[in-house]
Design a protein around this ligand. Structure first.
Ligand code: HEM
Length: 538
């Protein structure tokens, strides 16, 4: 039997289960009519034309014809798992959210994904990976929708369609299916140089992770936590795998993509089934919530920047264990709908312009992908907290609502207080200061530094890792048809690190350009990153 049908108030409607079982003695139509034969259509004579009257044939074919839903516009290929999150209580001093309290256990559903490939693409391609977690808390659902890299390509969500158009396969030939090695990608990142830091992570071993189980996760944006007194702290979220961080080498990644395109999906499912339950610690970097929203000179609203852990150590606040594979891929992994606006009291968003656009985009796309406004009633998306909303009707409405007055206040239904305070667990935004001034289509000046953190990242790598990065740029740029694009990307590399630029230029048979900005000496930069001094900004 499937899950009970409940109304939006959480009460059973008295309707029968919606789940369709494949067990039972009889095969039936969708109406429960028992069938004798599902292999032959109803015909006028054994050789005769098929009759329109055959409702079973039409129902079977019609339903099949509509089995596919659109794949996600990005992150189409993914793998999911159920699990549990246990709070350590260490975040209680900065956050009132119940899920972080000591020993509170919260069920979760996680979806890992690649970004660019289609649903059927290979797992081990060079790409960023999604790391999305849905916490079904008693206070409402909290979604932490992150990636396996701590920074993003763009600083403002208005460019998201552009970066995705550039990174997805070329519109004419639909190649490449899933890798970054093509002209439009390099055209974009060399013109929108804010993308250089994220691109450097992609070209590093982090772009070819060995397994989902050994991948870090990052909330990327800065969030605002609120304690019981209303005091606020800015934070960045980190997931650290208990099994350590591991990558493939490029040859392994290529072989796995050909030999077993389901390499990561299989690894995750097999590990869980065998009882090797993957675990991650959730941690936070904390920063004082000051008016300029910067920390050690780093703009916390710029999603192309990270804060080095030497400057702000990651403090563990809980442990996630994945415990069970989905029983139906479509129902759970495909239909799960994450949204960064799903917050709980104590966790708030900041004005990061990338995050702000995301808050609009996810629900909007899910309205199409999941066929209308009621996708939160799909079992994997149902909150575990009691729901009492005033949302009504719409396509695929499964609740049979009771009452006559879906508006507040009303004098007819009664029973539900219109307002609840923080003491009742209501989400009440802290009165954070918003900027004063004129409306502008412009970014903060601090967003102008596009190269210093790419340089910091490169120079913090070991020589072997640096060699992998050189090889990755050389391989990928060699796939570019347009020499001007290669040249422009070489210019970006020259502005990041001369040694890197020289090696890639040599591999491409091109001349390394001179930097157009002043570079910081390699040794000095490495030392700075190790002692935790703020890195230089051009
Ligand atoms: C999907 C992460 C930026 C739009 C996803 C998913 C992840 C993710 C993990 C997969 C969700 C799943 O498994 O179902 C991120 C991160 C970002 C980012 C970490 C930046 C830090 C953006 C931006 C936009 C956007 C700026 C748009 C303005 C989408 C859309 C989907 C998606 C439309 C598909 C959602 C669905 O169909 O359910 N993103 N994303 N993302 N993202 Fe993002």
């Amino acid at each position: 039997a499937g899950p009970e049908v409940v109304s939006a108030t959480g009460k059973p409607t008295g309707a029968p289960p919606t789940a369709r079982s494949q067990s039972g003695a009889y095969l039936t139509t969708s109406q429960g009519l028992r069938l004798k034969d599902t292999d032959h259509s109803l015909k006028a004579g054994r050789r005769g034309p098929t009759l329109l009257e055959d409702h079973h044939l039409r129902e079977k074919i019609t339903h099949f014809d509509h089995e596919r839903i659109p794949e996600r516009v990005v992150h189409a290929r993914g793998s999911g798992a159920h699990g549990v999150f246990r709070g350590y209580g260490t975040a209680a001093s900065v956050c009132r959210a119940g899920l972080f309290a000591a020993d509170v256990e919260t069920p979760v559903f996680v979806r890992f994904s690649t970004v660019l490939g289609s649903r059927g693409s290979a797992d081990t391609v060079r790409d960023t990976r999604g790391f999305a977690v849905k916490f079904y808390t008693d206070e409402g659902t909290f979604d932490l929708v992150g990636n396996n890299m701590p920074v993003f390509f763009i600083q403002d969500g208005i460019k998201f369609p552009d970066v995705v158009h550039a990174a997805k396969p070329h519109p004419d030939r639909e190649i490449p299916q899933a890798q970054s090695a093509h002209d439009t990608f390099w055209d974009f990142v060399s013109l929108h140089t804010e993308a250089q830091h994220h691109t450097m992570w992609n070209m590093s071993d982090r772009g070819i992770q060995a397994s989902f189980r050994t991948m870090e996760g990052f909330g990327v944006h800065t969030f605002r936590l609120v304690d019981w007194e209303g005091a606020t702290t800015l934070v960045k979220f980190h997931w650290k795998p208990k099994a350590g961080v591991h990558s493939l080498v490029w040859e392994e990644a290529q072989l796995a993509a050909g030999g077993d395109p389901d390499f990561h999906r299989r690894d995750l499912a097999d590990a869980i089934e065998a009882g090797f339950l993957p675990q991650w610690e959730l941690g936070i970097q904390t920063f004082p919530d000051e008016e300029d929203e910067t920390f050690e000179g780093i703009d916390l609203l710029d999603p192309t920047k990270l804060v080095p852990e030497e400057l702000a150590p990651v403090q563990p606040i809980g442990l996630m264990t994945l415990t069970a594979n989905p029983s139906n891929f479509f129902a759970e992994t495909e239909q799960v709908a994450f949204h960064g606006g799903n917050l709980v009291p104590g966790v708030e968003v900041t004005n990061d312009p990338l995050l702000q656009a995301r808050l609009f985009s996810y629900v909007d796309t899910q309205l199409t992908r999941l066929g209308g406004p009621n996708f939160n009633q799909i079992p994997v998306n149902r909150p575990h907290a009691p729901v009492n909303d005033m949302l009504r009707d719409g396509f695929h409405q499964h609740a049979v609502h009771t009452g006559v007055a879906p508006y507040r206040p009303n004098s007819l239904d009664g029973g539900c207080p219109f307002t609840a305070g923080e003491a009742d667990g209501a989400f009440v935004q802290v009165p954070a200061q918003v900027a004063e001034g004129q409306k502008v289509r412009a970014a903060a000046r601090s967003f102008d530094d596009h190269f210093s953190q790419a340089r910091l990242f490169y120079r913090s790598m070991s020589p072997v890792e640096q060699d992998h990065i050189k090889a990755a740029y050389s391989f990928e740029l060699a796939k570019c048809y347009e020499l001007a694009v290669r040249q422009r990307q070489l210019q970006c590399l020259a502005n990041i690190d001369g040694d890197l630029c020289g090696a890639v230029a040599q591999a491409l048979g091109m001349v390394a350009p001179a930097p157009t900005i002043e570079l910081v000496d390699a040794e000095a930069s490495r030392a700075l990153s190790q002692v935790g001094t703020p890195f230089p900004v051009e």
